[in-house]
Design a protein around this ligand. Structure first.
Ligand code: PLP
Length: 381
């Protein structure tokens, strides 16, 4: 069924600049791994840290796969992941033959993992921890988690799909761990259709990631085109997770709009919070520590316990307001039957039953927020 939404969950923040950027590439005659990629990567490094290395890739799932390969995660290893995240985190760990181990979130207000929830799941097989900055809110224990991982010789990957432009104490999300993985899928804060970025502050890891991204080859087509090299060696077996120039050009335009978009998202989130204050609908992350700068990726709420969530979704839908669930729990997926159980993450199990995601995007108006909260509060009664 083709819904004609009045208020979509998400809307692209595109104008003529994106159209021009792509048109220029298409008429320019160089489609992959050229100057647009180099520009996008260096601008993204500018967003993160003075000394960071960014590699553009096909999507965040590819970024996560490269990160696990670069950190030598393999069969027999365990990787601690949040129980509340997109299934890509569990999938990539399985794909490299390792076992994902679920860590619970901190509380029904702080949906990120804590250093304690991670420490409880560490065994001698733990090779890597993947932290997600859920909904764009920096994991408040990220400094402690980085310290713990270093102390125990465990790798740390940040899944920064929700949090480009977020930081904690002035340090960007995506630079706390060994490797950061960003998503530029259509509905993310920086949208290019399909795309991702791998960040690291280690030159060695960056080199490894570059080989793995491009068939293990030691020189690029562009270098050969420019006459800088004649042939190439293959240092390790690799994949092809390269981004094309059209997407990189889109990415640079979208990156210019990112921080302003995040500020709009913040204002709208605060408006939601004011509207839902003292109601039976709870908004998580009410208590953000000083120094925490969120990217406000999505607008998750907790419905009152035992609410008929499908009825609420339908009431919103009747007023042509789109909503969603972030995320259905892994233990309900056929692929993960028997591998995961709600007992492994009791707080996340509660959240998954009551969670609802409301519309949020940079060009949304406060009047639209009012429309959403009015219908929502009527629906929960
Ligand atoms: C979107 C998302 C991904 C996957 O990103 P793709 O670019 O679509 O592969 C991974 N992790 C989280 C938390 C996400 O939200």
């Amino acid at each position: 069924e083709d819904m004609n939404w009045d208020i979509q969950l998400f809307k692209l923040n595109f104008d003529g600049r994106e159209v021009d950027a792509v048109a220029k590439v298409v008429s320019g005659g160089w489609l992959s791994m050229g100057e647009k990629i180099l520009d996008f990567e260096s601008s993204f490094e500018g967003l993160l840290a003075e000394k960071s290395y960014c590699s553009a890739v096909t999507n965040c799932t590819a970024a996560l796969h490269l990160a696990l390969l670069a950190l030598d995660v393999t069969k027999g290893d365990e990787v601690i992941i949040p129980a509340l995240t997109f299934v890509a985190d569990a999938n990539v760990v399985n794909i490299v033959g390792a076992t994902p181990v679920l860590a619970d979130c901190t509380s029904t207000d702080d949906w990120n993992m804590s250093v304690d929830s991670i420490e409880a799941k560490i065994t001698e097989r733990t090779k890597v921890v993947i932290v997600v900055h859920y909904a764009g809110y920096p994991c408040k224990d990220i400094g402690k988690i980085a310290g713990l991982c270093k102390e125990r010789g465990i790798g740390l990957i940040e899944d920064v799909a929700h949090a480009p432009g977020a930081s904690f104490g002035g340090k960007a999300c995506g630079t706390w761990g060994d490797i950061g993985c960003f998503s530029f899928f259509s509905n993310k804060n920086l949208s290019i259709g399909e795309g991702g970025m791998v960040s690291t502050c280690s030159e060695d890891l960056s080199k490894k990631i570059r080989y793995l991204r491009s068939h293990g080859m030691t020189s690029l087509t562009l270098d050969r085109h420019k006459g800088r090299s004649i042939t190439y060696d293959v240092a390790h077996p690799g994949l092809n997770y390269r981004m094309d120039e059209m997407r990189a050009a889109l990415g640079s335009v979208q990156l210019d709009k990112l921080l302003e978009g995040n500020r709009n998202r913040k204002e709208l989130t605060e408006h939601y919070r004011a509207n839902l204050k003292n109601s039976s609908v709870e908004m998580p992350f009410s208590d953000q520590p000083t120094g925490s700068l969120s990217a406000y990726h999505i607008l998750p709420v907790l419905l009152p316990a035992h609410t008929d969530r499908v009825a609420v979704i339908n009431a919103l839908k009747e007023k042509r307001i789109q909503s969603s669930i972030h995320y259905p729990p892994f233990w309900n997926f056929t692929a993960y039957e028997g591998q995961f159980s709600p007992k492994q993450a009791p707080i996340v199990a509660q959240i998954c039953e009551r969670q609802l995601t409301l519309p949020l995007f940079p060009t949304m108006t406060k009047a639209e927020v009012d429309q959403v909260t009015t219908v929502l509060l009527q629906a929960v009664g």
